[in-house]
Design a protein around this ligand. Structure first.
Ligand code: CO8
Length: 328
């Protein structure tokens, strides 16, 4: 009997010890967690006070203004409005080189993943030029491998922009030929500087090259079949007023109001519930996007074999010479 009482007491003491130890560990973890979160809050507070900002609630991160600067592109995201402004700043003409496109896509991806970002405005810091389109030097005298890599980046830029969940506005404050026009019509809305010297359009045939099917589809979706047909076959560049007439841009405003108008317009777009706008956008654009997605490799192969042809290289050289001689 005594033996059983001793065993019982042993187990009771053992369980009590384990219980006390468990409680101690729990308590210790709670205190540790509390200290860590307090330290985090304090460090955030000190960061904010260093920047001279006021912090009145624990939701201060919503008021934060994120900014990233890289050589060719500058992005400012205002977390209080959920609107990012992407400024292209690659002189002389914001041409879309492989490096530029890579940087553009990385920035777009980052904004897309950022739940606080709902709207994107794309503009240029250069006077007179929004973007001169694809960098012709990327297509002239390059190896087939390099051309393939370049074209994949062009596809990626368009896929990311045309399929973006964000509301996107092109604030076109200068000329925007070819790939610059593609970038603009990849957005949801276009506001252009009211300056007849600025032009926009898919002028590929003027260079002796052919806009691929997804350039064509995006243009058809924007201005309709007939206007797209005329525009593409003749490689037309439209002045700002003419671009408005055919619906290639949605609005003209004085040059110094392009960005502010884009910001005002964005607030109207963001007044629409995101999910409804996004599903509608996808409904309108999915078929066009899927067409490229299911033909991506063939499109790269077509581009490479087309652009490396001697005759096409000659056309590109003549066009480059024409651009240079225009300056002289
Ligand atoms: N790529 C590379 N360099 C360019 C480009 C370009 N797209 N555009 C201009 N440059 C160069 C010029 O040669 C010049 O160089 P440099 O100083 O060494 O002489 C410099 O940039 C400045 O150019 P400008 O003096 O002409 O600058 P302006 O401010 O007077 O004019 C314009 C700006 C209006 C943008 C004018 O430069 C222009 O019209 N550029 C040509 C635009 C063009 O035609 N782009 C088409 C590119 S092709 C494309 O985007 C789609 C291809 C699809 C391929 C499909 C194949 C299957």
């Amino acid at each position: 009997m005594l033996y059983y009482i001793v065993i019982l007491l042993y187990y009771v003491i053992l369980y009590c010890y384990k219980l006390i130890r468990y409680c101690y560990i729990m308590l210790y973890s709670i205190v540790l967690l509390y200290c860590c979160s307090l330290a985090g809050v304090l460090s955030q507070l000190s960061i904010h006070s260093r920047h001279g900002r006021e912090c009145v609630s624990p939701c201060f991160s919503l008021q934060q203004r994120n900014s990233s600067t890289s050589p060719k592109i500058k992005v400012d995201l205002d977390n209080s409005t959920g609107v990012a402004v992407l400024r292209m700043q690659s002189p002389p003409v914001n041409s879309l080189s492989l490096d530029f496109l890579t940087e553009f896509c990385i920035n777009l991806e980052k904004l897309e993943m950022d739940k606080s970002c709902r709207g994107l405005i794309i503009t240029s810091t250069l006077s007179k030029v929004f973007s001169a389109g694809l960098d012709i030097m990327e297509m002239y005298g390059k190896s087939p491998e390099r051309c393939g890599e370049f074209w994949k980046a062009v596809q990626e830029m368009w896929l990311k922009l045309y399929g973006s969940n964000m509301a996107t506005i092109a604030a076109i404050n200068g000329s925007s030929p070819a790939g610059g026009c593609l970038m603009s019509i990849g957005c949801d809305y276009r506001i252009m500087a009211d300056n007849p010297r600025y032009s926009i359009g898919l002028n590929e045939t003027q260079l002796g090259i052919v806009a691929p099917f997804w350039f064509k589809d995006t243009l058809v979706n924007t201005v309709g079949n007939r206007a797209a047909e005329l525009s593409l076959e003749l490689g037309l560049l439209y002045s700002a007023p003419d671009a408005l007439k055919i619906g290639l841009v949605d609005q003209l405003v004085p040059e110094d109001q392009v960005l502010s108008t884009a910001q005002d317009t964005m607030s109207k777009w963001l007044a629409v519930p995101d999910h409804a706008r996004q599903i509608t956008k996808s409904m309108m654009r999915k078929q066009t996007i899927d067409k490229l997605l299911s033909n991506r490799e063939a499109d790269i192969t077509n581009f490479v074999s087309f652009i490396t042809k001697d005759s096409i290289q000659r056309s590109l050289r003549m066009y480059l010479e024409m651009l240079k001689s225009r300056k002289a």
